[in-house]
Design a protein around this ligand. Sequence first.
Ligand code: GDP
Ligand code: MG
Length: 375
Amino acid sequence: DSNLTVRELAERLNIAETEIIKSLFSKGIAVNITQTLDLETARLVTEELGVLIEVPEVIAAATKQTEMLDAKDLEHLQRRPPVVTIMGHVDHGKTTLLDSIRKTKVAQGEAGGITQHIGAYHVDVEHNGVSQQIVFLDTPGHEAFTAMRARGARVTDMAILVVAADDGVQPQTREAFSHAKAAGVPVVVAINKIDKPDANPDRIKQELSELGLVPEEWGGETIMVPVSALKGENLDTLLEMLLLVSEVEELVANPNRLGKGTVIEANLDRARGPVATLLVQNGTLRVGDAIVAGGVFGKIRAMIDDRGQKVEAASPSFAVEILGLNNVPSAGDEFEVYPTEKEARLIAEKTAETQRNSRLQLAMSSRRVTLTTLS
Ligand code: GDP
Ligand code: MG
């Protein structure tokens, strides 16, 4: 139950009560102003308006997903694609899996098929008869999580835990899972290398169960998909499972505001100057925007996607490479768009000063420790 009356829903959506009554009437549902709407009925109205309904569980899910949402976003929430990281023990097939997913998808759908390394990839997946997107981060999973923990930012919605079927649970498998668990990020397991003669998926499931990851077919809650990253086997099922989990997570953001999110990677390019890949986590990022990323700022001169194409706008969950910053930000820095370049410059200068001060303090405190140790 949404626990909202027609009147309350109208207030929240900032529309006339009669609009709601008319909208439902056109669908064959008669309601009055004081009537409480169930969730499904309320959704009929909000979906038509292109917004997700404001119900406690959606808000709870949304605020769990990201601290990037403000109160004013709650009335404009729309679904966004999941952002996925691939984690697992060394040599279990993380790089091969990502390459393989990218290749099959690019080969299927894209003319030219040239990918550009920007640190994130978008793939289109057919799910429930509609084409949906998934965004993969190319940073090694554990690094993404370490950066996230250090800065308190949540950049990934889901993790694929890759476990080689001929090797089983290893130290980094445990570590990866504990990171994901601590961050509250759901895990889908890819049991990889099933093409190998000594692959033993049942043994892997047993070992994972001992960690607390019990497969669905054994009465647990973890989706486990046997795959061969090398041969491209069963990757479609894996992608579909990711979308299934993302549906349950109710991933949302407000595209109708200025963009904000997290710096995924950044470097100084000889020809192009500072280059940064930004993951948009709320709002829409546009060419020409005045932006602050950590202690640097600029006006976005150009945006390039993972196919090397110039784009004008990037909506929530999308990653783009941007040009136009005055300096190189750090991976993990937050970015935000401001109404004017002047504001952006002021905020960036303030942030840079705070960063300098905390570095100075750190340097001084370590010096003090050294002095006391000596005396
Ligand atoms: P990472 O360290 O987790 O990124 O692992 P890599 O993707 O670099 O893979 C390590 C090795 O395992 C490479 O030699 C891959 O070719 C091989 N490999 C990865 N996936 C598979 C697979 O599905 N089957 C087989 N037979 N080998 C695989
Ligand atoms: Mg690798």
